[in-house]
Write a protein that binds this ligand. Structure first.
Ligand code: B12
Length: 217
């Protein structure tokens, strides 16, 4: 069993170099790449989240931790399965209007990309209109929306509303996620699905595209 304590602590301390050293150790020890991400890197980031909540860590430190988590992810990326350049379908992903959190969204995008989907990452603070334009421009099959604030969860609903208004709702499957999101909320706003983490997001997208093919036949 690989001990992830040192790696998680390096993320908490925002120490890029140490994170890279321990990630390399884990890779050399043939630890499953997803486990390195989930237990070591996100494990550390979860502690950061808890400490931020109780004012035991502040914005600059949180950003340093996020940066070191990303430095670790970059090293793991080439070892994730399915990295070949196939395109199983195009996913338009972004963080909704008013929300600047991008760590989880980027992780989901990266995992989808590594699983063979083409991913267009629009970034953060994306308006419904920008999402719609990107779907049209890129023939997007999946619209993936991220929100981390209870206030911006409502932007997910506005995005779906605009999708309906523009007559595009049956052309695209909408999935949502982020810490405050639940299946119940997904049902409430008429999304096609919710996933709680990046691996579950890959399963969800795969399933939705498969179901869609069956309907089309
Ligand atoms: C990092 C962070 C920040 C960073 C963001 C940096 C960045 N580049 O993203 C900074 C410091 C900038 C920040 C700012 C703010 N933050 Co902040 N932040 C966090 C923190 C600590 C961690 C979030 C994170 O990255 N987690 C790690 C990732 C990997 O997890 P994740 O995002 O949940 O993503 C996973 C899943 O949710 C899912 N997922 C995510 N997106 C999607 C999308 C799809 C389609 C799917 C299927 C799945 C999925 O998969 C991901 C991978 O497993 C959280 C605390 C927390 N516990 O969530 C607070 C938190 C979200 N922030 C909070 C707040 C209040 C703010 C500020 C308003 C603070 C302020 N007063 O200025 C601002 C808002 C700025 C804005 N307009 O967006 C609150 C929100 C409270 C609420 N209920 O609304 C939280 C919960 C902290 C708290 N408890 O008070 N924040």
């Amino acid at each position: 069993m690989f001990d992830f304590t040192k790696l998680s602590n390096a993320v908490i301390e925002g120490d890029n170099e140490q994170v890279q050293v321990y990630v390399k150790e884990a890779i050399d020890a043939k630890v499953d790449p997803l486990t390195i991400i989930n237990e070591g890197l996100i494990g550390g980031m979860n502690v950061v989240g808890q400490r931020f909540k109780v004012n035991d860590m502040f914005v600059p430190e949180v950003l340093m931790s996020a940066r070191s988590m990303n430095a670790g992810i970059e090293l793991v990326k080439p070892f994730l399965a399915g990295g070949e350049m196939s395109n199983k379908g195009t996913v338009i992903i972004g963080t909704v209007k008013g929300d600047l959190h991008d760590i989880g969204k980027s992780l989901v995008g990266m995992m989808l990309e590594c699983s063979g989907f083409k991913v267009i990452d629009l970034g953060v603070d994306i308006s419904p209109e920008e999402f719609m334009a990107a779907i049209k421009e890129n023939d997007g099959k999946i619209l993936a929306l991220s929100a981390l604030l209870t206030t911006t969860m409502l932007s997910m609903k506005s995005t779906i509303d605009v999708c309906v208004e523009q007559g595009m709702r049956d052309k695209v499957k909408v999935i949502i996620g982020g810490a405050p999101i639940s299946q119940e909320f997904s049902d409430q706003i008429g999304a096609d699905g919710y996933a709680g983490d990046a691996a579950a997001a890959v399963e969800l997208v795969t399933k939705l595209l498969k179901d869609n093919e069956m309907v089309a036949r």
